[in-house]
Design a binder for this molecule. Sequence first.
Ligand code: ZN
Length: 146
Amino acid sequence: MKKNYDPRMHSAEHILNQTMDRMYQCGRCFNAHIERKKSKCDYHFTKSLTADEIEAVQSRVNKIIRSDLPVSEQFISKSEAMSRFNTDKLPDEVGDRIRIISIGDYDHCPCIGPHVKSTAEIGEFRITSTAFEDGVLRIRYKLESG
Ligand SMILES: [Zn+2]
């Protein structure tokens, strides 16, 4: 996991992951490339998304962004984190204090990366393309400055 994530793009990834899991119970992305101009997330999946489904994901993510939810951090013990979250993506050397990032009440996720302070900073979220192959759904997205 890279530490120099763009905060806006990376915070959008948190919201996209929670939205995808709520809509499709697919879990969070297992692979992501986050860059300032465009990003992509890969999900274990069973089908491609229709244009209507893509639109629904995009509008749910934008609804959360526009709600201007506060992004906050708290630290919990490693054992508590392992009982409440999937901690597979955390590096082994993370120690016993695990940082949990919360986006309002919408999303809670252990993470070491940089984030915005509130979701309105993210701007407009736009899915630019999706692709489905061999059980993997790839979502590419970018942000229009708000
Ligand atoms: Zn994060």
